[in-house]
Design a protein around this ligand. Structure first.
Ligand code: CO8
Length: 257
Protein backbone atom coordinates (compact mmCIF):
# COMPACT_ATOMS: atom_id res chain seq x y z
CA UNK A 1 0.00 0.00 0.00
CA UNK A 2 2.21 2.79 -1.28
CA UNK A 3 -0.35 5.58 -1.19
CA UNK A 4 -0.21 5.92 2.61
CA UNK A 5 3.34 7.29 2.85
CA UNK A 6 1.85 10.79 2.98
CA UNK A 7 -1.43 12.31 4.13
CA UNK A 8 -2.94 15.29 2.36
CA UNK A 9 -5.31 17.75 4.03
CA UNK A 10 -6.96 21.16 3.62
CA UNK A 11 -6.86 22.31 7.26
CA UNK A 12 -7.97 25.89 6.52
CA UNK A 13 -9.22 27.88 3.53
CA UNK A 14 -6.40 28.33 1.04
CA UNK A 15 -4.02 26.03 2.94
CA UNK A 16 -2.73 22.74 1.55
CA UNK A 17 -1.01 20.44 4.05
CA UNK A 18 1.19 17.44 3.23
CA UNK A 19 2.18 15.16 6.08
CA UNK A 20 4.91 12.50 5.97
CA UNK A 21 3.27 9.30 7.17
CA UNK A 22 5.89 6.67 7.86
CA UNK A 23 5.89 6.87 11.68
CA UNK A 24 7.39 3.43 12.29
CA UNK A 25 10.62 4.61 10.61
CA UNK A 26 10.51 8.17 12.04
CA UNK A 27 9.49 9.34 8.54
CA UNK A 28 12.76 8.20 6.98
CA UNK A 29 12.65 9.56 3.46
CA UNK A 30 12.68 6.89 0.79
CA UNK A 31 12.21 7.52 -2.93
CA UNK A 32 8.52 6.60 -2.94
CA UNK A 33 7.68 8.83 0.03
CA UNK A 34 9.52 11.73 -1.58
CA UNK A 35 7.81 11.14 -4.93
CA UNK A 36 4.37 11.18 -3.29
CA UNK A 37 5.16 14.26 -1.20
CA UNK A 38 6.57 16.26 -4.11
CA UNK A 39 3.63 15.34 -6.36
CA UNK A 40 1.11 16.40 -3.70
CA UNK A 41 2.94 19.67 -3.06
CA UNK A 42 3.20 20.39 -6.79
CA UNK A 43 -0.53 19.72 -7.23
CA UNK A 44 -1.31 22.27 -4.49
CA UNK A 45 1.17 24.67 -6.07
CA UNK A 46 -0.54 24.42 -9.45
CA UNK A 47 -4.13 24.86 -8.21
CA UNK A 48 -5.99 28.15 -7.72
CA UNK A 49 -7.56 27.07 -4.42
CA UNK A 50 -4.34 27.07 -2.41
CA UNK A 51 -2.29 30.10 -1.40
CA UNK A 52 0.15 28.59 1.09
CA UNK A 53 1.49 25.08 1.74
CA UNK A 54 2.42 23.34 4.97
CA UNK A 55 4.82 20.38 5.09
CA UNK A 56 4.86 18.41 8.31
CA UNK A 57 5.56 15.03 9.89
CA UNK A 58 4.54 13.53 13.22
CA UNK A 59 4.98 14.98 16.69
CA UNK A 60 7.95 12.61 17.16
CA UNK A 61 9.69 13.19 13.84
CA UNK A 62 9.45 15.64 10.99
CA UNK A 63 11.87 13.25 9.28
CA UNK A 64 14.94 11.44 10.64
CA UNK A 65 16.71 11.77 7.30
CA UNK A 66 16.98 9.86 4.07
CA UNK A 67 16.25 6.14 4.34
CA UNK A 68 19.57 4.62 5.32
CA UNK A 69 18.34 1.10 4.52
CA UNK A 70 17.58 2.21 0.95
CA UNK A 71 20.83 4.14 0.51
CA UNK A 72 22.93 1.27 1.90
CA UNK A 73 22.46 -0.67 -1.34
CA UNK A 74 23.02 2.21 -3.73
CA UNK A 75 26.20 3.13 -5.53
CA UNK A 76 27.24 6.58 -6.74
CA UNK A 77 25.95 6.13 -10.28
CA UNK A 78 22.54 4.95 -9.05
CA UNK A 79 22.32 7.95 -6.72
CA UNK A 80 23.25 10.24 -9.59
CA UNK A 81 20.80 8.74 -12.06
CA UNK A 82 17.60 8.04 -10.16
CA UNK A 83 15.08 10.67 -9.13
CA UNK A 84 15.87 10.10 -5.47
CA UNK A 85 18.40 12.84 -5.95
CA UNK A 86 15.96 15.49 -7.19
CA UNK A 87 15.14 16.93 -3.79
CA UNK A 88 15.19 20.45 -5.20
CA UNK A 89 11.60 19.99 -6.43
CA UNK A 90 10.59 21.39 -3.03
CA UNK A 91 12.59 24.57 -3.49
CA UNK A 92 11.06 25.13 -6.96
CA UNK A 93 7.49 25.54 -5.63
CA UNK A 94 6.15 29.02 -6.37
CA UNK A 95 3.78 29.44 -3.44
CA UNK A 96 5.08 30.01 0.10
CA UNK A 97 5.77 26.77 2.01
CA UNK A 98 5.89 26.45 5.81
CA UNK A 99 7.67 23.52 7.46
CA UNK A 100 5.91 22.57 10.70
CA UNK A 101 8.64 20.68 12.54
CA UNK A 102 8.37 18.57 15.69
CA UNK A 103 10.82 15.98 16.98
CA UNK A 104 13.67 14.91 14.72
CA UNK A 105 14.61 16.94 11.66
CA UNK A 106 17.86 15.22 10.74
CA UNK A 107 19.93 14.96 7.58
CA UNK A 108 17.61 15.14 4.59
CA UNK A 109 14.76 16.01 6.98
CA UNK A 110 16.58 19.12 8.15
CA UNK A 111 17.46 19.90 4.53
CA UNK A 112 13.81 19.67 3.42
CA UNK A 113 12.77 21.96 6.28
CA UNK A 114 15.43 24.47 5.20
CA UNK A 115 14.13 24.38 1.59
CA UNK A 116 10.79 25.66 2.92
CA UNK A 117 10.26 29.40 3.22
CA UNK A 118 9.41 29.51 6.91
CA UNK A 119 9.86 27.04 9.76
CA UNK A 120 7.46 26.76 12.70
CA UNK A 121 8.77 24.36 15.35
CA UNK A 122 7.48 22.61 18.43
CA UNK A 123 9.52 22.90 21.62
CA UNK A 124 10.63 19.29 21.09
CA UNK A 125 12.12 19.87 17.63
CA UNK A 126 15.76 18.88 17.14
CA UNK A 127 17.69 19.86 14.04
CA UNK A 128 20.88 18.15 12.89
CA UNK A 129 23.01 16.99 10.00
CA UNK A 130 24.49 13.71 11.29
CA UNK A 131 25.46 12.26 7.88
CA UNK A 132 29.15 12.16 8.78
CA UNK A 133 28.30 9.42 11.29
CA UNK A 134 27.33 7.03 8.49
CA UNK A 135 30.31 7.86 6.29
CA UNK A 136 28.68 10.37 3.96
CA UNK A 137 27.94 14.10 4.11
CA UNK A 138 24.95 16.38 3.50
CA UNK A 139 23.83 16.29 -0.12
CA UNK A 140 20.53 18.18 -0.33
CA UNK A 141 21.74 21.61 0.69
CA UNK A 142 22.83 21.19 4.31
CA UNK A 143 26.33 22.61 3.92
CA UNK A 144 24.96 25.63 2.06
CA UNK A 145 21.59 26.47 3.63
CA UNK A 146 22.50 25.73 7.26
CA UNK A 147 25.69 27.77 6.90
CA UNK A 148 23.74 30.70 5.46
CA UNK A 149 21.16 30.39 8.25
CA UNK A 150 23.35 30.00 11.34
CA UNK A 151 26.86 31.00 10.21
CA UNK A 152 30.03 29.06 9.54
CA UNK A 153 31.14 28.40 13.12
CA UNK A 154 27.98 26.68 14.26
CA UNK A 155 27.42 24.94 10.91
CA UNK A 156 30.87 23.35 11.24
CA UNK A 157 29.98 22.02 14.69
CA UNK A 158 26.60 20.69 13.57
CA UNK A 159 28.01 18.88 10.52
CA UNK A 160 31.44 17.80 11.76
CA UNK A 161 30.64 16.99 15.40
CA UNK A 162 26.95 16.04 15.03
CA UNK A 163 25.73 18.78 17.33
CA UNK A 164 21.95 18.76 17.44
CA UNK A 165 20.19 22.12 17.74
CA UNK A 166 17.20 22.38 20.06
CA UNK A 167 14.19 24.37 18.93
CA UNK A 168 15.21 27.22 21.23
CA UNK A 169 18.74 27.26 19.77
CA UNK A 170 17.40 27.08 16.22
CA UNK A 171 15.21 30.11 16.93
CA UNK A 172 18.09 31.95 18.58
CA UNK A 173 20.36 31.36 15.58
CA UNK A 174 17.72 32.32 13.00
CA UNK A 175 16.98 28.91 11.55
CA UNK A 176 13.30 28.86 12.59
CA UNK A 177 10.64 31.57 12.72
CA UNK A 178 8.62 30.53 15.76
CA UNK A 179 8.61 27.93 18.53
CA UNK A 180 5.37 26.77 20.18
CA UNK A 181 4.36 24.07 22.67
CA UNK A 182 3.87 20.60 21.21
CA UNK A 183 0.09 20.78 21.42
CA UNK A 184 -0.19 23.99 19.40
CA UNK A 185 2.70 24.19 16.90
CA UNK A 186 0.74 22.67 14.01
CA UNK A 187 -2.34 24.85 14.58
CA UNK A 188 -0.05 27.89 14.73
CA UNK A 189 1.66 26.85 11.49
CA UNK A 190 -1.72 26.44 9.82
CA UNK A 191 -2.88 29.83 11.17
CA UNK A 192 0.25 31.46 9.74
CA UNK A 193 -0.34 29.67 6.43
CA UNK A 194 -3.96 30.87 6.38
CA UNK A 195 -2.78 34.43 6.94
CA UNK A 196 -0.33 34.14 4.04
CA UNK A 197 -2.95 32.43 1.85
CA UNK A 198 -5.21 35.43 2.42
CA UNK A 199 -2.70 37.81 0.83
CA UNK A 200 -2.78 38.76 -2.85
CA UNK A 201 -1.30 35.69 -4.52
CA UNK A 202 0.92 37.25 -7.17
CA UNK A 203 2.49 39.63 -4.66
CA UNK A 204 3.15 36.70 -2.31
CA UNK A 205 4.71 34.62 -5.06
CA UNK A 206 6.94 37.42 -6.34
CA UNK A 207 7.96 38.41 -2.80
CA UNK A 208 8.95 34.83 -1.91
CA UNK A 209 10.94 34.60 -5.12
CA UNK A 210 12.75 37.90 -4.52
CA UNK A 211 13.62 37.05 -0.89
CA UNK A 212 15.06 33.70 -1.96
CA UNK A 213 17.10 35.49 -4.62
CA UNK A 214 18.75 37.47 -1.80
CA UNK A 215 20.64 34.28 -0.90
CA UNK A 216 21.96 33.83 -4.44
CA UNK A 217 22.57 37.22 -6.02
CA UNK A 218 24.94 40.09 -5.40
CA UNK A 219 23.14 43.07 -3.81
CA UNK A 220 23.01 45.16 -6.99
CA UNK A 221 21.59 42.21 -8.97
CA UNK A 222 19.08 41.45 -6.22
CA UNK A 223 17.93 45.04 -6.09
CA UNK A 224 17.42 45.09 -9.86
CA UNK A 225 15.54 41.78 -9.67
CA UNK A 226 13.30 43.16 -6.94
CA UNK A 227 12.61 46.34 -8.90
CA UNK A 228 11.44 44.40 -11.96
CA UNK A 229 9.13 42.26 -9.80
CA UNK A 230 7.84 45.39 -8.06
CA UNK A 231 6.89 46.95 -11.40
CA UNK A 232 5.22 43.69 -12.41
CA UNK A 233 2.84 43.95 -9.43
CA UNK A 234 1.53 47.16 -10.99
CA UNK A 235 0.13 45.05 -13.84
CA UNK A 236 -2.11 43.04 -11.49
CA UNK A 237 -5.79 43.50 -10.76
CA UNK A 238 -4.95 43.06 -7.08
CA UNK A 239 -2.77 46.19 -7.17
CA UNK A 240 -5.74 48.21 -8.43
CA UNK A 241 -8.02 46.60 -5.84
CA UNK A 242 -5.57 46.97 -2.95
CA UNK A 243 -4.98 50.65 -3.53
CA UNK A 244 -8.66 51.40 -4.23
CA UNK A 245 -9.68 49.55 -1.05
CA UNK A 246 -7.18 51.54 0.99
CA UNK A 247 -8.40 54.86 -0.40
CA UNK A 248 -12.06 53.86 0.04
CA UNK A 249 -11.36 52.67 3.60
CA UNK A 250 -12.71 49.14 3.01
CA UNK A 251 -11.14 45.68 3.11
CA UNK A 252 -9.68 44.50 -0.23
CA UNK A 253 -11.23 41.65 -2.17
CA UNK A 254 -8.31 39.82 -3.73
CA UNK A 255 -8.65 38.03 -7.06
CA UNK A 256 -5.21 36.47 -7.35
CA UNK A 257 -4.78 38.10 -10.74
N1 CO8 B 1 16.66 5.67 7.75
C1 CO8 B 1 16.04 4.47 7.92
N2 CO8 B 1 15.46 4.10 9.07
C2 CO8 B 1 15.48 4.97 10.10
C3 CO8 B 1 16.09 6.24 9.99
C4 CO8 B 1 16.71 6.58 8.75
N3 CO8 B 1 17.28 7.78 8.52
N4 CO8 B 1 15.98 6.88 11.18
C5 CO8 B 1 15.28 6.04 11.99
N5 CO8 B 1 14.98 4.90 11.34
C6 CO8 B 1 14.26 3.75 11.87
C7 CO8 B 1 15.13 2.89 12.77
O1 CO8 B 1 15.90 1.99 12.00
C8 CO8 B 1 14.08 2.18 13.60
O2 CO8 B 1 13.53 1.14 12.84
P1 CO8 B 1 13.28 -0.32 13.55
O3 CO8 B 1 12.28 -0.05 14.64
O4 CO8 B 1 12.74 -1.15 12.44
O5 CO8 B 1 14.60 -0.75 14.08
C9 CO8 B 1 12.99 3.25 13.76
O6 CO8 B 1 13.20 4.19 12.71
C10 CO8 B 1 13.07 3.99 15.07
O7 CO8 B 1 14.41 4.47 15.20
P2 CO8 B 1 15.29 4.25 16.50
O8 CO8 B 1 14.95 2.96 17.17
O9 CO8 B 1 16.71 4.46 16.13
O10 CO8 B 1 14.75 5.45 17.41
P3 CO8 B 1 15.57 6.25 18.56
O11 CO8 B 1 14.53 7.08 19.24
O12 CO8 B 1 16.37 5.30 19.38
O13 CO8 B 1 16.61 7.18 17.78
C11 CO8 B 1 17.27 8.74 16.06
C12 CO8 B 1 16.11 8.23 16.96
C13 CO8 B 1 18.33 9.42 16.90
C14 CO8 B 1 16.65 9.75 15.09
C15 CO8 B 1 17.90 7.55 15.31
O14 CO8 B 1 16.85 6.80 14.68
C16 CO8 B 1 18.86 7.95 14.22
O15 CO8 B 1 19.98 8.30 14.52
N6 CO8 B 1 18.42 7.91 12.93
C17 CO8 B 1 19.28 8.19 11.82
C18 CO8 B 1 19.55 9.68 11.69
C19 CO8 B 1 20.46 9.97 10.52
O16 CO8 B 1 21.60 9.54 10.46
N7 CO8 B 1 19.94 10.73 9.53
C20 CO8 B 1 20.67 11.10 8.35
C21 CO8 B 1 20.45 10.11 7.26
S1 CO8 B 1 21.43 10.43 5.84
C22 CO8 B 1 20.60 11.66 5.01
O17 CO8 B 1 19.59 12.15 5.43
C23 CO8 B 1 21.22 12.08 3.74
C24 CO8 B 1 20.29 12.93 2.92
C25 CO8 B 1 20.86 12.97 1.54
C26 CO8 B 1 20.00 13.80 0.59
C27 CO8 B 1 20.75 14.07 -0.67
C28 CO8 B 1 20.17 13.38 -1.87
C29 CO8 B 1 20.81 13.81 -3.15
Amino acid sequence: MTDSLILVENPAPGVGLVRFNRPQALNALNAELLRQAFEALEAFDAGDAIGCLVLTGSDKAFAAGADIAQMAGQNAVEMLNDDFTDWSRLSRLQKPVIAAVSGWALGGGCELAMMCDLIVASETAKFGQPEIGIGIMPGAGGTQRLTRAVGKALAMEVMLADRKLTAAEAAQFGLVNRVYPLDSYLAEAVALAARIAGQPRISARLTKDAINKAEELALSEGLAYEKRSFYLTFATEDKAEGMAAFLEKRPPLWKGR
